[in-house]
Structures are given as structure tokens and as C-alpha cells.
Design a protein around this ligand. Structure first.
Ligand code: FMN
Length: 232
């Protein structure tokens, strides 16, 4: 199975969308990715409301504190959290934590599937929850957790800064870092790859050095002022 890291790293939050139709086939694939996410006890406490009509998108964009750029996205998908499903089995932790984590896992799956299909997304979390609930007739016990704007990107923004790996990883306890985790974990593959890369760099440096030397030597040899082809 392939490593999806490149896909994860290249996904971006899209600000502007082309006013282009997104097929149901693609929308269905994106939602399918969401419903296959892990969830506590496999409770699958989610529902997805698909918004296609421009007027409804306009109303939702207004409820998202005027994020009107999402209106041009082909589809808006409102991810709804049925918290009581998680609460039933896991009490307060299920309601307040797991239910949200489950939906967040579904959302991230959806963003990645969309990206793999050449579509762009914006995860919108900033909205007036009561306004969205009343517009979409979502019952009291269900929480609209996020709105995913899905469409064809007008432009791909540059990657925002992400904290380097070594700054976000501790070993064994809070704040404890390892100088060389690969060495500590006896990760032969990483150590060999590192050595191979150092050897490649050293060969490249030596080659460059030799080429420069040969060039300098060639430049210092005086050129024959009379070309052998020239006839006087
Ligand atoms: C919980 C959550 C809420 C977010 N809400 C919004 C939002 O309301 N509007 C928006 O434009 N982006 C929103 N984003 C997207 C973030 O701004 C974006 O992920 C972040 O800037 C990093 O950029 P990247 O996704 O391209 O890596 C949200 C992301 C998350 C996870």
C-alpha cells in the first residue's frame, strides 16, 4: 500500500473556488471517505447535509460570519454531530470529546479524498451554530460541527508554516527529547539512507570540484588566434 504522506502534505485550505459543477460521483466519494473514518465503538455519530442551491449557500455563507467565498464552491457539506450516540455508551467523555473527534476524523478523511480527486476544500468551523441549525432544521440534540466547502480551486495557496517534527515530538515523558531518535531506535533503514545521502552529496561535491578545476585549466590555456580552417 502506498504512503499517502505526499497527499497529506500537499492538501491546502482553499480560499477561492471556480464556479464549476462537482459531479455527484465525486461528492459521494468524498462522503464515503468520511463515513469510513474511525469512531469510538464504531458509533458513527455523523450525518452529512449536502447543499447545492446557490441561495442556500448564500445563507450559509452569511451564517459563517460572511465567508462569502464559499458560495462559489460547487457543494457545501454540513457535517452534523449526533452527540447522544457517543454519550449513550461513553457518558460525558463520549459526548464532549469522542463525538467531536469522530466527526473530525470523518472531516479529515473527506478533505484528503477530495484532494486526491483534484478537488479543493475549505474546512469552515467559524459559524453561528444556531443560525445554521435553524436554516437547515437540524434538531436540538444534533450539532452542526463543520461546513466543508468542496469545489475546484481557483488558486492553490502556498503551504503555511508547520512546526518541524522535532519540535512537536517528546519521548517517554513531557518535554523529553532525543537527539537522534533513529539511532536510539536502531532504525537501520534510516541510518543507511542518511549515509547513502551523505555519500551521494560527497560524490557530487567532488565531481563539481574536479569539473571546476578542469574548466579553470582549459580557460587558462591561450587559444590559437588563427583557426586551422582559415585560409589567408
Ligand atoms: C476546526 C477548524 C476550523 C476552521 N475554520 C475555518 C474557517 O472558518 N474559515 C477558514 O477559512 N478556514 C478554517 N479552517 C482552516 C484553517 O484555517 C487551515 O486549516 C489552517 O490555516 C492551515 O492551513 P492548511 O489547511 O492549508 O494546512 C479551519 C480549520 C479547522 C481544523
Amino acid at each position: 500500500m502506498g504512503d499517502i504522506l505526499e497527499l497529506i502534505q500537499s492538501r491546502r485550505t482553499i480560499k477561492y473556488f471556480l464556479p464549476k459543477f462537482v459531479s455527484w460521483e465525486n461528492v459521494a466519494k468524498v462522503i464515503d471517505a468520511g463515513r469510513h473514518a474511525p469512531s469510538c465503538g464504531n458509533v458513527q455519530n455523523w450525518k452529512f447535509i449536502v447543499i447545492l442551491e446557490p441561495e442556500s449557500k448564500q445563507v450559509l455563507a452569511a451564517a459563517c460570519y460572511e465567508q462569502y467565498e464559499i458560495v462559489s464552491a460547487g457543494v457545501l457539506i454540513v457535517v452534523c454531530n449526533e452527540l447522544e450516540k457517543a454519550e449513550r455508551y461513553y457518558g460525558l467523555r463520549g459526548e464532549k470529546l469522542y463525538s467531536i473527534q469522530n466527526c473530525a476524523a470523518a472531516i479529515e478523511n473527506m478533505l484528503l479524498e477530495a484532494h486526491s480527486l483534484g478537488l479543493g476544500t475549505r474546512w469552515v468551523g467559524s459559524f453561528d451554530e444556531e443560525e445554521v441549525r435553524s436554516q437547515l432544521k437540524i434538531p436540538e440534540e444534533v450539532r452542526p460541527q463543520a461546513i466543508i466547502a468542496l469545489g475546484y480551486p481557483k488558486e492553490i495557496p502556498p503551504r503555511p508554516p508547520k512546526y518541524p517534527l522535532e519540535t512537536v515530538v517528546y519521548f517517554h515523558r513531557w518535554r523529553n527529547k532525543l537527539r537522534d531518535p533513529a539511532k536510539y531506535m536502531n532504525d537501520i533503514a534510516t541510518i543507511l539512507a542518511r549515509k547513502a545521502s551523505a555519500a551521494t552529496k560527497s560524490i557530487q561535491d567532488s565531481t563539481r570540484f574536479i569539473v571546476d578545476k578542469v574548466k579553470k585549466k582549459a580557460d587558462s590555456v591561450p587559444t590559437n588566434p588563427v583557426s586551422p580552417d582559415t585560409e589567408d
